[in-house]
Design a protein around this ligand. Structure first.
Ligand SMILES: [Zn+2]
Length: 360
């Protein structure tokens, strides 16, 4: 799984990505029914598939109950579940770790120890936690615990909206984690944070193909939505950000939209999907995946410093493109970079040019 990104789709009704195969990506099925969905889809899946039962979306970890397999195997325990996943043909499965709240070191350690102890191959330790663990006063402790986990780790950040938007320290501290723990991948994120992880040394990235899979809302909180009218969000490559189809339809009414030449859109602006009476979500998901694949093809060459430098250049250009696009539609601030995109652009500017541009 090293160096791959995974297209995360909900186990509830997910379709397999249409006609795609490749060495750079895989599929992740997320939800308590991930195994059942995998059985239904596996003949159509041509890429490695990881199963994530997403226990962290349902229960909070305590030192006594760090993992929860009750919905998956009843009393039979983790080994049965993970060995079954392998025998079904899944590439790996995430441990059914519960959600770790901020400051709960005992729960974090219990999740780490219990996930390390599972006696089966093909297990990825799931560590899903409050994004406050990425603050400067907590990240050292987190790194120490992660380093002690004896198998690959899928790190998931919890919070409302986009967790990395909440603290400016999140991105630099995530990069520190990838650097200092070579076995950590980032899970359940958007493509920007996912590819940032990939170019800065993460083992893999799991990129959510729907809003609910791009971050994790703590199990004891109701998800708060930033609008979207129930229509899916689509990724706009030039702006490196997702927008709901409703927002785009509204902003682009007068001037027409940015066209997309992916095989799904075929030279139309992605807002064409808003007219579909069915299949809108599948079209949006396939458009998103094509856009990610193209971006990754652009980035995935040369040394890690070159890849990071290329992504940094794209990020700086995307921030400028928000201003240009707002001017084009005639409304100042109509397109605004997310706090995470803005933070990454600032970090790119801080990086010495010599480090970002490798010698010829
Ligand atoms: Zn497209």
């Amino acid at each position: 799984m090293r160096g791959r990104f995974f297209d995360l789709r909900s186990a509830h009704g997910a379709k397999a990505p249409s006609g795609l195969e490749g060495a750079s990506f895989g599929l992740g099925l997320v939800g308590a029914k991930a195994s059942a969905r995998f059985i239904a889809l596996r003949d159509h899946i041509k890429v490695p598939c990881i199963l994530d039962s997403a226990a962290s979306a349902r229960s909070i970890a305590t030192s006594a109950t760090p993992l929860d397999y009750s919905e998956l195997t009843g009393m039979l325990g983790p080994e049965i579940y993970h060995r079954d996943a392998l025998s079904l043909g899944a590439a790996a499965s995430l441990s059914a770790s519960c959600y770790i709240e901020a400051h709960d070191t005992a729960a974090l350690e219990a999740v780490a120890e219990s996930s390390s102890r599972i006696d089966s191959g093909g297990v990825i330790a799931s560590v899903a936690l409050d994004v406050k663990w990425l603050r400067n006063d907590a990240v050292d402790e987190l790194i120490e615990v992660l380093r002690g986990i004896s198998r690959p780790v899928a790190l998931t950040l919890g919070g409302q909206f986009n967790p990395t938007d909440a603290h400016t320290t999140s991105i630099p501290n995530l990069r520190r984690i990838y650097r200092e723990c070579g076995h950590v991948g980032l899970w359940r994120v958007d493509v920007l944070v996912g590819f940032d992880a990939m170019v800065h040394g993460a083992l893999f990235a799991g990129i959510g193909n729907s809003g609910t899979l791009r971050h994790l809302v703590p199990p004891d909180e109701k998800p708060r939505f930033g609008g979207g009218g129930g229509r899916p969000a689509v990724y706009i490559p030039k702006l490196m950000q997702y927008f709901s189809l409703d927002t785009l339809t509204d902003r682009w009414t007068q001037v027409g939209g940015l066209i997309c030449d992916c095989p799904v859109c075929e030279g139309r602006a992605p807002t064409w999907m808003a007219e579909l009476s069915e299949g809108m979500r599948a079209a949006a998901a396939d458009h998103n995946l094509w856009c990610w694949l193209r971006l990754w093809e652009e980035l995935d060459e040369g040394s890690s410093a070159e890849r990071a430098s290329r992504l940094a250049d794209r990020i700086v250009a995307a921030v400028e493109a928000h201003t240009e696009e707002s001017e084009r539609v005639g409304a100042l601030g109509a397109f605004k970079p997310s706090p995470t995109l803005a933070t990454m652009a600032k970090l790119a500017a801080l990086t010495p040019e010599a480090a970002r541009t490798p010698a010829p």
